[in-house]
Structures are given as structure tokens and as C-alpha cells.
Write a protein that binds this ligand. Sequence first.
Ligand code: WQD
Length: 348
Amino acid sequence: MRVLLTGGSGFIGSHIALLLLERGYDVIILDSFVNSSPNVIDRIKNYFDNNNLNYNLTTIKGDIRDKKLIDSVFYDSISKFKPIDTVIHLAGLKSVSDSLINPLQYWDINVCGTNNLLLTMKKYECYSLVFSSSATIYGLGDSVPIKEDHNISPINPYGNTKVAIENMFYDLYKSNNNLWKICSLRYFNPVGAHASGLIGEDPIGLPSNLFPFITQVAIGRQKRLKVFGDDWDTKDGSGIRDYIHIIDLSEGHLASLDYLNSKQSCMEFINLGSGKGYSVFDIIKQFELSTGRQIPFSIQSRRDGDVAQCYADISKAKKLLGWTPLRSLEQICLDGWNWQMKNPNGYS
Ligand code: WQD
């Protein structure tokens, strides 16, 4: 089967690409590389070459808003008698803080780009899609653990674009509910790295997310962690989130593909998280225990847009996809640190 993986050179995309290739899928990675390094592609190839494994990977540099380019990707696949069977769509901008400053860029790339992709899929009769959505759409989650029917109330432009895209899917599915097969996966906090240490999370500039900031403190690239508030209404005053190992998350995508392949048509919104909530202080303690590295920190005021608690109810993913997360917080810390130790400066 042939899969078009948009945004396939990013932190999440690269891990999904590696698992797809291991499973024997033909993979086309389409990426603009605005938020990721082309070196990731070489690392993925190295993994298969070093292990004498066959794989079928095509990489195309491009923007999902480029109508001619997207059309050529589908047209070329059909002309080679290898049509694209499914799209896993991750390409888009994903920084909450940046979306507050550049909302129109987020609406253009995330929403208009997705619309362009869907129009092209429809033209070439490719009706199977897995989408990268986000727990951000739940906004100020007032009840945890969060189920898929929780109130949708994003509090930033990034979250608004994800809701808009999910609404596009819903309208599309309702327009002909015997045609489209769509799984919109709502990610919580993907962290960690592939056990090989060949690929991992390499934010451009200063990390805004907790886990990559911690690994950069551990390797010495950052002096200390700023803890955004120790006065939240939680067990220890620090923010609680749902940290899911990137391989568990990636396996959730393969389980979604299997689910779509078993259906005539469907439209599902599914949480992908560990189902457990850990505080910032839990993460610091576990990381220090697992790696032996000290993580100095200082307490700062709360960060705009943050909520006290956000973690998933993953019973729907277990029931529908037969998927469950397997890796512990300790494994997350060990794999994340292994990546950072082997790549002190990321992919550069
Ligand atoms: C986790 C906890 C912070 C950094 C974000 C995006 C969300 C999704 C996942 C895309 C919070 C605290 C953080 C730091 C800290 N991405 N923290 N010091 O905010 O839950 O979600 O990533 O879909 O859209 O918003 O993740 O890692 O930024 O924060 O104390 O330097 O760590 O306050 O409690 P978040 P995060």
C-alpha cells in the first residue's frame, strides 16, 4: 500500500515514517522543511541501510498550498500504477504562542493547505485520511480525564485551525457518507524518541515545550528550566499533562490505517495519549532518576494559555483501534535522553 505522509520529516512525522516503512508501506514524504531538517530523511535511510532492511521511500520538498505540486504527486503515483491509497496529514504549523502572533499564517497553511489537499484527494478518488489533530481543541479542559465528547473550546488560533479542519472533515463526510474514511487523531503531549537515537525531537530555536527543554538542560544547552507556575490547583502546584511516547503515538497511526482499511466509510475523532497525568515536578524527578542528570529549575509566573490539567481518556482508541500505549514515563526519559546524548545539537 502507498501512503502520502505530509509533514513527514518533523518530530512526529519521521517516527511515523519509520514505522510505516518497517511495516512495508510505500511512503511518500511531502515536507516544506520550514520546521524540520532534511537530515531527518538521511537518518531514516541510515536506519534501514544499517539494518539491511528493504524500504520504499520517496521524498518531495513542497508546500501543501501548492496546488500544482500536490496534483503532480497524485498524478505521478497513478501514472506509475501505484496510486496513493491513504494520506496521513501532519503538515502544518503547531506553535500555540506563534499562532497568537501570526494567526493568518496558521489559517492559510493549516486550513487552506488542508482544503487544497482534500480537493486533490477527491479529484484522484483517494478517500482515506488520518489527520494530526490536537488536545488543544479542548481548551480549558474543566474535567479530566478528557473524553472525545468533551466541550470543544480552543483558546488560541492554532487550536481554532484544528477545529476548523475537523469541521471540514465532518462536512465532507456528511456530503457523501459512503465514500470518505477519516480518523482525526487528537494528540496530547508526544515526547521521547526512537530507541535507536537516530531520530528525535529537535525544536528550532528555544524549545517552548517542556520535555525538549529538559533534555537540553541535561545536555548543557540550557542553564535551567523555568517552571511556569507552582500555584496551579494540582497535587504539587505544577501543571499536569499527558505525555505519550512518540512510538506509542506512531503505532496509534498504524492502528488507524488498519482500522480505515477495514471500513467502507467512517468519520472518527480519537484521543491519543497515555491516559495518565504527570506534573512538571513528576517529569523532572523521573528524568533525574532515569538519567542521573540534574535539572536545575526556577519558578516563574504562569504562561498565557496554559491550563492546570489536561490528560486523556483513551478508552475509545482502545476499543475502536485495539491500540494501547505500552511505554512508561521512565522509557520516555531514557529514550529522549539517548537521542539528546547522541545528538547534542540535534540534526545540525
Ligand atoms: C507542558 C507543561 C507547562 C515548558 C503543547 C501545545 C499543544 C501540543 C502539545 C501541538 C505545562 C510546563 C513547559 C517550560 C514549563 N502541541 N512547562 N516550562 O502546553 O501542554 O501543549 O504541546 O499540538 O498544542 O500547546 O505542552 O510541553 O509546552 O507544557 O513549566 O519551559 O510544562 O506550563 O504545564 P502543552 P508544553
